[in-house]
Design a protein around this ligand. Structure first.
Ligand code: 3Y8
Ligand code: NAP
Length: 248
């Protein structure tokens, strides 16, 4: 009996879950528990961490998981690394559904940096209106440059006080070009800080920055160990279908 575990939390993972439910493949969908009200899925769903590599390996054995699909976000590096180790330990096949990074288009003005600290360093000293579109978990380093007027965007309202004065937009996306253009114009945004998430759900801000000739400080993805990786739901279904019909 085959049973897949989808490590989810992205738009692509939701598309995959719909396809898996349609194909009547036995599966469970997993959220990390980062948001108050994650989207419903057409599959049995679990929420919260597994307890590191050993917790995930135990979960795989206990729940009779025969295939693991890492459909988490490209910046969910710890989850992806844990999945590689836990699947090796449990001897369970693993595949990643990971969209390609965005690439610069003509007219894009990107300052590409390795991580959040480098993004802070790339900000000018002179005060500017800056849009931080990197979520809630990694904003603390920007407190070292309080001279800027920051606009943040979170999925849920902030629970704790912010590490610096900022306006918070609460919205879970996906976002549209028109709404991004309106927001940036209305707030006089001069720079954007983004992570190279790829996919369509967050791309609108990059297109809006180009249309407004605004510089984007683009944080590159964390490096991950080698693993089987595809970019489409169809390839995941083939991988599942191929292996399940062979009873692997
Ligand atoms: C909990 C699931 C869907 C899924 C929507 C995608 C698209 C919108 C773009 C901006 C950038 C950001 C952030 C973002 C995007 C989609 C997709 C994507 C970026 C949800 C979701 C969960 C999360 C977690 C959340 C993080 C945060 C990151 C906001 C659901 C809505 C900034 C990533 O408050 C927090 O703690 C939020 C944490 C991880 C990054 C961070 O560090 O703050 N995503 N996002 C998943 C879980 O619990 O397992 O709530 O339904 C999923 C989506 N987020 O249904 O269409 O890329 O798939 N999510 C980034 O840097 O790109 C927003 O604002 O422009
Ligand atoms: P992370 O830093 O890579 O993971 C930290 C820990 O959170 C993991 O070790 C694991 O805890 C738990 N975890 C993460 N994703 C999980 C999942 N899908 N199911 C069960 N446990 C999970 O993760 P993150 O960057 O905070 O992302 C968390 C979730 O948000 C993921 O589902 C991701 O797909 C989604 N998301 C993230 C981003 C982003 O920018 N990072 C953007 C959009 C969506 P244990 O070690 O205890 O198992």
């Amino acid at each position: 009996m085959n049973r897949a575990l989808i490590l989810g939390g992205t738009a692509d993972a939701s598309l995959l879950a719909a396809e898996i439910a349609r194909a009547h493949v036995e599966a469970v969908y997993s959220y990390g528990g980062r948001t108050r009200a994650p989207s419903d899925q057409p599959l049995p769903t679990r929420i919260g961490g597994f307890g590191g590599v050993s917790g995930l390996a135990d979960y795989i054995r206990r729940e009779g998981i025969t295939h693991v699909i890492d459909a988490t976000h490209p910046f969910a590096a710890e989850m992806s690394r844990n999945a590689i180790e836990a699947c090796a330990e449990a001897g369970t096949p693993l595949i990643a559904l990971e969209r390609a990074p965005w690439t610069k288009a003509p007219g894009d003005n990107w300052i590409e940096v390795a991580d959040v600290n480098a993004a802070v360093a790339a900000l000018p000293d002179a005060p500017a209106k800056v849009f931080l579109a990197i979520g809630r978990q990694h904003i603390a380093p920007f407190a070292s440059k309080p001279q800027h007027t920051y606009t943040l965007r979170f999925v849920d309202p902030p629970e704790a006080p912010l590490p610096f004065a900022a306006e918070v937009i609460v919205s879970r996306g996906p976002f549209t070009l028109e709404a991004e253009l309106d927001m940036m114009r209305m707030r006089g945004i001069a720079r954007i800080v983004a992570r190279n998430s790829g996919g369509d759900g967050a791309r609108a801000k990059i297109d809006a920055a180009r249309a407004l000739s605004l510089p984007v400080i683009m944080i590159s993805r964390p490096k991950l160990p080698e693993r089987l990786r595809v970019e489409s739901v169809a390839e995941i279904m083939q991988w599942l279908g191929h292996r399940t019909c062979l009873g692997a």
